[in-house]
Design a protein around this ligand. Sequence first.
Ligand code: SAH
Length: 230
Amino acid sequence: MRIDIVTIHPQLLESPFQHSILKRAIDKGIVEVNLINLRDYSTHKQKSVDDYAFGGGAGMVMMIEPIANCINDLKSKREYDEIIYTSPDGEQLNQGHCNRMSTLKNIMILCGHYKGIDERIREHFITREISIGDYVLSGGELAAAVISDSIIRLIPGVLNDETSALTDSFQDNLLAPPVYTRPADYNGWKVPDILLSGHTANIDKWRHEQSIDRTKQRRPDIYKKFKGEE
Ligand code: SAH
């Protein structure tokens, strides 16, 4: 997979891809992440990419030309499965989207700033608009990092234990069960006996029940989907 992130702050996005699971995925050649500086496509002397909003009002708007030049340049080099714009009014990211996007080959993510981007870019270039939650960030970079991380960890070969992504929360419309590690007794706080029993079938059954209880209590919306699926 190749992810091209178009941003006016590439430095903001360097660190998330230089550590842990994402770094390993890049080092293994499973994913390539490119940070593209939108200012390189500005035709202005000052490399500016924003201008006043038509109709007045507070806040600047990202201009069409640099973004269109950048997207057209990238599109001339390869075909993109998705050109994503990060936006609070987009579809809210969920595990289903991540699962589907983890099978794609080329993804472009455009990070907005200021009041957002000229609407005509959204109409003519963007294939998917994604929000990471009902709150407003100052820029799309953190959202792009969240989207990339949640997709990349699902690509086969990225996680060491192949099955571990499948038992995470939201897969099968269930939250993950509680987990424990040593010591089995910390000042009288004990790990449930069943987990120390060595009886795999019973442990699996206990975990499944815990997942169901947890989902029922914490996320009745997801529990409804789980019940419908059963
Ligand atoms: N005026 C816009 C917010 C602009 S915030 C509005 O009220 O909807 C600046 C940029 O940050 C946006 O263009 C977008 O790219 C990014 N951003 C902000 N909140 C986000 C969110 N919840 N999810 C994804 N991207 C977000």
